[in-house]
Write a protein that binds this ligand. Structure first.
Ligand SMILES: *[C@@H]1O[C@H](CO)[C@@H](O)[C@H](O)[C@H]1NC(C)=O
Ligand SMILES: *[C@@H]1O[C@H](CO)[C@@H](O)[C@H](O)[C@H]1NC(C)=O
Length: 150
C-alpha cells in the first residue's frame, strides 16, 4: 500500500514538474486589507498596513470625485481623475485602481490598443528571438502565444 502511494505521488509530481509554469500573484491572505497610516497597526499583508478588518467601514470603499469632470490639460483636451489606495483605502491589495477620463470636444482620441495582440500578432511580426529574450521564454512558447493572439 505504501509503495502504491509513493508511486502515485511520484507520478503526480512528475506530471506537474513537466507542466508549463504559470505565474500569478498569490491569492490575498484575507478578503479585505483596508489601508491605514497607523504605524502601530499589527496586521500586515502585501501592501500597506491593514486596518483591523472588524473596524472597516463602507467609507473605506468610497471615493468622491469620480462623478465630476476633471480639468482638461490644455492642448491635449483630456482630464484624468485617478482613485488609488491613497484615495480609497479599501483598494489596498486588491490589485486595482480606478480612473475617469474626460475628453473635451476635439480632444485627442486615444484609440484602443490590445497590447498582447500588438506584440504577438503585429504586422510585420516582432522577431521571435527578440520576443523570447524580452519575455524570457523559448521560441516554442512564443509560437504558442502567437497562435493565441493572431
Ligand atoms: C458628486 O458627488 C458628491 C458626493 O460625493 C456630491 O456632493 C456632489 O454634489 C456630486 N457632484 C455632481 C456634479 O454630481
Ligand atoms: C496616508 O498618508 C499619505 C501621506 O500623508 C496620504 O496621502 C494618504 O492619503 C494616507 N492614506 C490613508 C489611507 O490614510
Amino acid at each position: 500500500m505504501n509503495m502504491r502511494w509513493f508511486i502515485t505521488s511520484l507520478v503526480i509530481t512528475a506530471f506537474f514538474c513537466n507542466s508549463p509554469v504559470y505565474v500569478y500573484d498569490n491569492n490575498p491572505l484575507q478578503d479585505i486589507c483596508v489601508a491605514v497610516n497607523d504605524s502601530q497597526a499589527s496586521v500586515f499583508v502585501n501592501g500597506k498596513i491593514c486596518k483591523d478588518p472588524k473596524l472597516a467601514t463602507a467609507d473605506d470603499f468610497f471615493a468622491s470625485g469620480l462623478n465630476v469632470s476633471g480639468n482638461a490639460v490644455p492642448v491635449v483636451g483630456v482630464a484624468a481623475t485617478f482613485v488609488d489606495v491613497s484615495k480609497m483605502p479599501g483598494l489596498n491589495t486588491l490589485g486595482m485602481s480606478i480612473a475617469r477620463f474626460d475628453w473635451e470636444p476635439q480632444g485627442q482620441n486615444p484609440g484602443l490598443v490590445m497590447i498582447p495582440r500588438s506584440i504577438f500578432a503585429s504586422e510585420p511580426p516582432v522577431p521571435d528571438d527578440i520576443l523570447a529574450k524580452g519575455f524570457q521564454l523559448d521560441e516554442t512558447q512564443i509560437a504558442e502565444l502567437r497562435k493565441k493572439f493572431s
